[in-house]
Ligand binder design. Structure first.
Ligand code: SF4
Ligand code: MG
Length: 327
């Protein structure tokens, strides 16, 4: 089972007037076919930078300083501009938070879907593309009559469905979704997530689902990667995401911050403090100023990455032996 996405030792920095700001550091992550992997982090943790790096959509002030991104075995950064244009959408696609910015306001839904199809599939006739557009609308549960609509004539939820339809139009192996439902109200958000799950099962593609919403990701994804200060500090199967399992202290804090809706006494114990300034990271483990378990070594030495099977962790509290017992 070959991974769809392989991120190896990836580091990304932003060039600023006062030097490099390291937004992503030493990240390793694999996503397998038909898998939904969640990528969670607070704002500024590097998760969106990761998403843009994978798509090779970083702006001019951001540079990959180390490592590789491979999709279907192909190093994305080795592709020529032309190859990259073909590769994007046909092998990897992305759904952003704001559907409005992804859609062209002066073009009908149909024109936009046809554009996506015909610019990549030279063998496709216009008639075939029209049929595919109708099929895609049905897949995302929108009445095909809305092919004739303009984006502003649709609700926010429908617009985001159209964006998803365009993303999967060419059957990509990987779809990266960066906060795809954050701009929508809770009910619409729910129904779109259910649909994403159904479509994913029906069509079969892998999803890297980027979000700050821990409980939502834990529910949708089969595996979850947790980012803090540009590093993935834990990867865990989501069915182990509860407080009965031992987790990275940051993950534990996130778990405690989810209000227990069934409990009579709802206590929310968030994580004290704030995410660190990436330009001035704490020494040792970057989480140490907020960690209730921090000891002297945490302040001095950054913990090594421990990876066993499906699990990965970066914390001095864990030994390899212990991790094995948690797999
Ligand atoms: Fe806390 Fe130390 Fe683990 Fe960092 S390495 S999370 S400070 S216990
Ligand atoms: Mg973001």
């Amino acid at each position: 089972n070959k991974p769809v996405l392989e991120i190896e030792d990836l580091s990304v920095a932003y060039v600023t007037g006062s030097g490099l700001v390291h937004a992503v550091n030493d990240v390793n992550l694999k996503v397998y076919p038909n898998e939904i992997v969640g990528l969670i982090g607070e704002s500024g943790s590097g998760k969106s930078t990761m998403a843009y790096t994978i798509m090779r959509l970083l702006k001019g002030d951001a540079v990959v300083t180390k490592g590789r991104v491979k999709i279907l075995g192909q190093d994305v950064y080795q592709l020529s501009k032309k190859e990259l244009r073909q590769f994007r959408w046909s092998k990897m696609a992305m759904v952003f938070q704001s559907a409005m910015s992804a859609l062209n306001p002066v073009m009908t839904v149909e024109t936009q879907i046809l554009d996506a199809l015909l610019s990549h599939r030279k063998d496709m006739t216009k008639e075939q593309a029209r049929a595919r557009a109708r099929e895609l609308m049905e897949l995302v549960r929108i009445d095909p009559k809305h092919l004739k609509s303009y984006p502003h004539e649709l609700s926010g939820g429908m617009r985001q469905r159209v964006v998803i339809a365009i993303a999967i139009a060419l059957n990509p192996a990987l779809v990266i979704m960066d906060e795809p439902t954050t701009a929508l109200d809770v009910v619409v958000q729910r129904s779109i997530l259910d649909e994403i799950r159904k479509i994913q099962q029906e069509v079969g593609f892998a999803i890297l689902f980027v979000s700050h919403d821990f409980s939502l990701v834990a529910e949708l994804a089969s595996r979850v990667a947790i980012m803090y200060a540009g590093r993935i500090i834990e990867v865990t199967p989501s069915d182990l995401l509860h407080l009965q399992e031992k987790h990275h202290p940051y993950t534990e804090g996130l778990l405690k911050a989810i209000p227990e809706l069934t409990a009579e006494d709802v206590t929310i114990q968030g994580i004290g403090g704030y995410p660190p300034d990436l330009q001035d990271l704490p020494s040792g483990c970057a989480f140490h100023p907020r960690c209730p378990y921090a000891t002297d070594i945490c302040r001095r030495v950054r913990p090594e990455k421990l990876a066993v099977g499906d699990k990965l962790i970066e914390c001095h509290l864990f030994s390899e032996k212990e991790l094995v017992s948690h797999v």
